[in-house]
Write a protein that binds this ligand. Structure first.
Ligand code: F6P
Length: 540
């Protein structure tokens, strides 16, 4: 079994296949040649339908990619993950976010502890919703990275399941411009602060928590213990900070995989215990699909293989995510951490430098907004960037009467835009087609052939479309778990550790060294640029 995909026999076969058929593959020709292409290349997973047919793949490519997965022992690696083997080798830890969503009595690792922790966290959340901590109207969640992005993204996505009289705020940045405007609108007596930090050592979170506590006391707040709660795997540090109520979790929950743990407390406060359990159930359904579906129909595996095909054979360096649902507008930011912090690695598990590319840049914006910003580049730029569209069939506007009618019409417009973009990316437009068109806004004086070249599109630009029936706690849970497993699959194929993040350490250490210099102005021993900038920033 090859540890890394580039050392497996299938790798060389894929290279030969790419040179012969992959490089010049044209999706339009593939559709013309195969009337059953959509049916053959679309897949069902729990809560998620995936159309992969607009990608530069066909049956022979998929067969070789699946061989690659088998050569790399992807099933054994997956089973080791799910079993709780210490797959995070550099930290000597298991990686068991899947255990957090396994139902009671399922036999999953740590099931009894997980259920007890979940029950306690949900009981607390329901208590806050009921008024056990007084009439709480605002919850300020203070955390960063994995202790922010997941909960913030989910609370926004499930806004329709929230309560208008209970507002959730997320503060992450050490920049006081994040915290200050949030506090400005609050009544200390009706505010609950949740301080979320796995390590409880993170500079940004501790600074914001300290400032929030100072503000609370200055507002006449007397009962810190009642208005501050922590979620952390370092409950001792939370207690030292002065927080009595702390929900703990385990080192086998990675920060970017932690929304399913007590870090999900703001989600549970926002939507309630029942919906939080539905979120877990959706993720668990995807876990089961990942664990048991044959690789040929295993959606996280297929998406991971497609990522390797594009990154390592086509050489595409980024992927754009376009969720056509306003509630999912933070999904790209969430996925940036999930994918780039997990798979942005340069050495394999044995510490050998990799000679193949790893994590692409993941970026995006909610549709249709992105269309009016950077889609120009996706359609006509010199780089090919695979796009992932996410469409939601049924909206949940919570509107009635005439407004509901109008918004239903807007939803059709939204879906038409989503379909049109992937169609346009694939279809393109030749110069001849552009020449034949009437373009009333175009120059009347420029040479018509030149103008047609400006107005043509290369097409054959790949995209995947994921479809949810509705954006519900369950479907969202399944969607997030799909992405988690896909990131695992690519990381496992590349033979890297997807579960550490040593790359963030150097900047943190240098920040700690620079901090006193920002007060003293001392630049001795610094490089010329840093010294010059520091002088500029501290000058009177
Ligand atoms: O700096 C990166 C990181 O360690 C992330 O992996 C993590 O999600 C984030 O910081 C926050 O860490 P913590 O939850 O310990 O405050």
């Amino acid at each position: 079994m090859a540890k890394r995909c580039d050392q497996s026999p299938a790798w060389a076969e894929l290279q030969a296949h790419f040179a012969a058929d992959g490089r010049g593959f044209d999706v339009r020709e593939a559709f013309a040649a195969d009337g059953g292409r959509f049916g053959r290349l679309s897949f069902e997973a729990p809560e998620v339908f995936a159309d992969l047919s607009k990608n530069r793949i066909d049956a022979p490519t998929l067969a070789l990619l699946l061989k690659l997965a088998r050569d790399c022992g992807i099933e054994a690696k997956r089973d080791a993950l799910l079993r709780g083997d210490p797959v995070n080798t550099t930290e000597g830890r298991a990686v068991l976010h899947t255990a957090l969503r396994a139902p009671a009595g399922s036999g999953a690792p740590f099931n009894a502890e997980v259920q007890a922790s979940l029950d306690a966290m949900l009981a607390f959340a329901e208590g806050v919703r009921r008024g056990d901590r007084g009439e709480i109207r605002d919850v300020v969640h203070v955390g960063i990275g994995g202790s922010d992005l997941g909960p913030a993204m989910v609370v926004q996505a499930l806004q329709a399941y929230g309560r208008r009289d209970l507002r959730l705020h997320f503060v992450s940045n050490v920049d006081g411009h994040d915290l200050a405007p949030v506090l400005a609108g609050l009544d200390a007596r009706r505010t609950l602060f949740v301080v979320a930090s796995k390590t409880f050592t993170t500079q940004e979170t501790l600074a914001n928590a300290q400032a929030a506590k100072a503000w609370f006391l200055a507002q006449g707040g007397t009962d810190v213990a009642r208005h501050f709660v922590a979620t952390s795997s370092n409950t001792a540090a939370a207690a030292a900070f002065g927080i009595d109520t702390a929900f703990g979790f385990w080192d086998w929950v990675g920060g970017r995989y932690s929304l399913w743990s007590v870090i999900g407390l703001p989600i549970a406060i926002a939507v309630g215990a029942e919906h939080f359990r539905a979120l877990l159930a959706g993720a668990h359904a995807m876990d089961q699909h990942f664990a048991s579906m044959p690789l040929e129909r295993n959606l996280p595996v297929l998406l991971g293989l497609l990522d390797v095909w594009y990154r390592n054979f086509h050489g595409f360096t980024s992927r754009s995510v376009a969720p056509y649902h306003q509630g999912l507008r933070r999904l790209p930011a969430y996925l940036q951490q999930l994918e780039m912090e997990s798979n942005g690695k340069g050495v394999d598990l044995d510490g050998h430098a990799l000679s193949i590319g790893t994590s692409p840049v993941v970026w995006g914006e909610a549709g249709t907004n992105g269309q009016h910003a950077y889609f120009q580049m996706l359609h006509q730029g010199t780089d090919v960037i695979p796009v992932e569209f996410i469409a939601v069939k049924r909206p949940n506007h919570g509107a009635s009467g005439e407004l509901a009618v109008k918004l239903a019409d807007q939803h059709r417009k939204l879906l038409a835009n989503c379909l049109a973009q992937s169609q346009a990316l694939m279809q393109g437009k030749t110069s001849a087609e552009a020449l034949a068109e009437n373009a009333p806004t175009a120059s009347q004086t420029l040479d018509r052939e030149v103008l047609a070249r400006h107005r043509s599109f290369p097409g054959n630009r790949p995209s995947t479309t994921l479809v949810l029936d509705a954006l519900t706690p369950r479907s969202l849970g399944a969607l997030i778990a799909l992405y988690e497993h896909r990131v695992f699959v690519t990381g496992a194929l590349w033979g890297i550790n997807s579960f550490d993040q040593w790359g963030v350490e150097l900047g943190k250490a240098l920040c700690n060294q620079l901090l006193p210099r920002l007060e003293s102005g001392d630049v001795a021993g610094l490089d010329g640029s840093t010294a010059g900038l520091l002088n500029r920033l501290v000058a009177a």
